[in-house]
Design a protein around this ligand. Sequence first.
Ligand SMILES: Cc1cc2nc3c(=O)[nH]c(=O)nc-3n(C[C@H](O)[C@H](O)[C@H](O)COP(=O)(O)OP(=O)(O)OC[C@H]3O[C@@H](n4cnc5c(N)ncnc54)[C@H](O)[C@@H]3O)c2cc1C
Length: 264
Amino acid sequence: MYPFEYQRPANAQAAVAAFSGDARYLAGGQSLVQAMKLRLSQSERLVDLGGAADLAGIQVDGGQVVIGAMTRHAQVAASAEVQKALPALAELAGGIGDPMVRNMGTLGGSIANADPAACYPAAVLGLGATVQTNQRTIAGDDFFTGLYETALQPGELITAVRFPIPAKAAYIKFKQPASRFALVGVFVSQGAGGVRVAVTGCKSQAFRATEIEKALTASFTPEAAKAVVMPSAGINSDLHGSAEYRAAMISVMASRAVAAALAR
Ligand SMILES: Cc1cc2nc3c(=O)[nH]c(=O)nc-3n(C[C@H](O)[C@H](O)[C@H](O)COP(=O)(O)OP(=O)(O)OC[C@H]3O[C@@H](n4cnc5c(N)ncnc54)[C@H](O)[C@@H]3O)c2cc1C
């Protein structure tokens, strides 16, 4: 690890003020600390958000679930409010990694990190969420811009994410058994804004499967999702699964997600 200064401000405003130069925000450290240990990441200063109580918390308000950036995955999974209003999101959070990852990892850290196999990006796209920062509101559809890349500017702090509550939703992932990241994860929702289908684990960033959205808009059934043949062009291929395999699994996971959403 390279040497760095460390600061732990007491709120979001102080965290933004403490950020300078090539500083990094530290959430739960589940991705950042590992990268630092491997000397893949070097910053002069870490601004630890762990003391900023105003960045954590869950509110269900006006048809939305609003979750603070520093809310841990375990808190989302255990929240009675989220379980009632948006059970698909509570289940998604409860399926992330292992207990340590869920107790330390945060919503803000997950989406800022933009791992191509992370689960929350599928929920952000699959629900049409909006990302609130200290500077602006970013539409979920515009937030993820590439491999580990987002629309955030240097020093811009995610404060919360607003998830609209749909009529029906579910997230199903085919897990990498060691890490439990998604080999193929699909979030499906049906609500006032129509049908949304978002996929993670298959490209450099999460994306919407418009082919399946079209099929499910015509008929919101598992059969309709499963009948879609997803193109394998541009889909990841590695030792865990070929592009053709993953493309086929997108329709299968979408079909299971629709079945789960209808069964609620
Ligand atoms: C073994 C293991 C298994 C995992 N399995 C899964 C899984 O199954 N599904 C899944 O989705 N994820 C998984 N993860 C990732 C995990 O969910 C964490 O959310 C993710 O690693 C980010 O960690 P963190 O919240 O501690 O953020 P950190 O590691 O502290 O930060 C990550 C990045 O986000 C930036 N950042 C953090 N907070 C903010 C903010 N509020 N505003 C702006 N930038 C910010 C940091 O500067 C850093 O660049 C796994 C991780 C591990 C180690």
